[in-house]
Design a protein around this ligand. Structure first.
Ligand code: AMP
Length: 187
C-alpha cells in the first residue's frame, strides 16, 4: 500500500515537472517588474492540457463539491473541466458589468492594480460546498474576495485549487488556514 502511494507520488512529481516546463515566463508584462506566468503554452500542448485537468481534480474527488467557482478569466480555462470531472456545477466570477442578472460584488488589490469582482446573487444555495479555482495565486487578494462573495451568500468554501503559486507573495496566508489548498507548482 505504502509502496503504491510512493509510486503514485513519483508519477505526480514527473507530471508536475512536465507542467512546469510548459509554463512560459514573460518578463515585464503587463508592467515593468512583473514576471508574467503564461499558461497558453501549457494549454497548447495536448499532453499537458489533459494532465493538468487530471491532477487538478484528484484531491477533490471525494469532497462532495457542489460548485467550482472559476475566477475571470484564466480560472475559466480549467475551471469548467474541473467541475465536470467532479460532477459539480460551474460558476463564473467576473469583472464588473459582465454578468447579466443581479450580482454581489467585492473589491480587492491585485499584484498589479485594484479590481472588483462580481458573481450572480442566485449562483448557488445556502450551505452549498464550493471549490474556488484560478490559474495562479499571487497576493491572494482575488481568491480572498471570492471567498467573501461565497460567504455573503451563505456558501461554504471547502477547497482552493491553483495551478501556480507565487510563493514569495504568500497569497495563501490570506485564505482560511483550515481549508484545503491544492497547488501544483510553487514558483
Ligand atoms: P492575486 O489576486 O494577487 O492573487 O492575483 C491573482 C490573479 O492575477 C490571477 O487571476 C492571475 O491570473 C493574475 N496574476 C497575478 N500575477 C500574475 C503573474 N505574475 N502572472 C500571471 N498571472 C498573474
Amino acid at each position: 500500500m505504502n509502496q503504491k502511494i510512493r509510486q503514485m507520488d513519483g508519477v505526480k512529481q514527473q507530471i508536475i515537472a512536465l507542467l512546469k516546463e510548459n509554463i512560459r515566463n514573460i518578463p515585464d508584462f503587463p508592467k515593468p517588474g512583473i514576471q508574467f506566468k503564461d499558461i497558453t503554452t501549457l494549454l497548447r500542448n495536448p499532453d499537458t492540457l489533459e494532465l493538468t485537468s487530471q491532477v487538478l481534480a484528484r484531491p477533490f474527488r471525494r469532497m462532495n463539491i457542489d460548485y467550482v467557482i472559476g475566477l475571470e478569466s484564466r480560472g475559466f480555462l480549467f475551471g469548467t473541466n474541473l467541475a465536470q470531472d467532479l460532477h459539480a456545477g460551474f460558476i463564473p466570477i467576473r469583472k464588473p458589468g459582465k454578468l447579466p442578472a443581479d450580482t454581489v460584488s467585492a473589491t480587492y488589490a491585485l499584484e498589479y492594480g485594484e479590481d472588483t469582482i462580481e458573481m450572480h446573487s442566485d449562483a448557488f444555495d445556502e450551505g452549498d460546498r464550493i471549490l474556488i479555482h484560478d490559474d495562479l495565486i499571487a497576493t491572494g487578494g482575488s481568491a480572498k474576495a471570492a471567498t467573501q462573495l461565497v460567504e455573503k451568500l451563505g456558501g461554504h468554501v471547502v477547497g482552493y485549487s491553483f495551478i501556480i503559486e507565487l510563493e514569495a507573495l504568500q497569497g495563501c496566508d490570506q485564505l482560511p488556514e483550515d481549508v484545503q489548498k491544492d497547488i501544483l507548482i510553487s514558483l
